[in-house]
Design a protein around this ligand. Structure first.
Ligand code: ADP
Length: 214
């Protein structure tokens, strides 16, 4: 159950069950100086959300599951396919200048580069800045000269969990992952079709939706 906010009384009930399990609702009620009827809705919420387990004639147990546990279970169910957005793509032969224009027009921080329709590289803002400072001819040089290229591209797939994709963003300190589908070419080598992107914004948006319980 996502977005569950426990009341002070529910937290107290959990503490009592943790220290005295198994414990009957009557004993919990006594400890809190309340009636069993008053406690019933709280116990219902705690068992329905899986935090407590009720066994007939024995009493309540603490399952060890926390609300964070539920949020984490929920996040692990979300696939990259559910959240990916449209990638901004240019061909390897595109000039660096046109790449910069694309970055501004598309309001993106990362551009994916393809060769013969398959992923060949990634260009970020810093790649452009570094090379612009270095005095490269922006109009003549193709974007392929400045991109981070295969096989050094960190990728994700539609089937991967969004949590694993987010971990890649953090571990590799990058803003964006291409979402790819692997294809085998006639010569037996592997190539990657671009089917989407996952960015830090994707993850931030998801975080806000979860926080707002949408
Ligand atoms: P910024 O340049 O805005 O800091 P990043 O942190 O994403 O953006 O990029 C830093 C470096 O990592 C750049 O050289 C870029 O080419 C490279 N890079 C970006 N995304 C990837 C990726 N998915 N796989 C491999 N390298 C990447």
């Amino acid at each position: 159950m996502i977005g569950i906010q426990l009341s002070e009384r529910q937290e107290k009930i959990i503490d009592i069950v943790k220290s005295s399990q198994p414990i009957t609702s009557e004993k919990i009620a006594n400890r809190l100086k309340l009636t069993r009827a008053t406690l019933r809705p709280d116990l219902a919420i705690l068992t329905m959300s899986g935090i407590l387990d009720a066994r007939p004639k024995v009493g309540y147990f603490y399952t060890g599951k926390t609300t964070f546990g539920f949020i984490s279970e929920k996040i692990k169910e979300i696939k990259v396919a559910d959240r990916k957005s449209v990638p901004i793509i240019v061909d390897e032969q595109t000039s660096i200048y046109d790449g910069i224009v694309t970055m501004f027009l598309e309001d993106t921080s990362t551009i994916f580069v393809t060769s013969n329709g398959f992923l060949s590289g990634v260009v970020s803002r810093k790649d452009f800045l570094k090379n612009a400072i270095g005095g490269i001819n922006l109009n003549n040089a193709p974007i392929a000269v400045i991109m981070t290229r295969m096989p050094n591209i960190i990728m994700t797939t539609p089937e991967e969990s969004i949590l694993d994709a987010a971990i890649k963003l953090i571990d590799h300190e990058i803003d964006s992952l291409p979402v790819v589908q692997e294809v085998e070419l006639e010569n037996g080598s592997k190539a990657y079709e671009l089917v989407g992107r996952v960015t830090k914004t994707t993850i931030t948006r998801l975080f806000v939706e979860l926080g707002n319980n949408e």
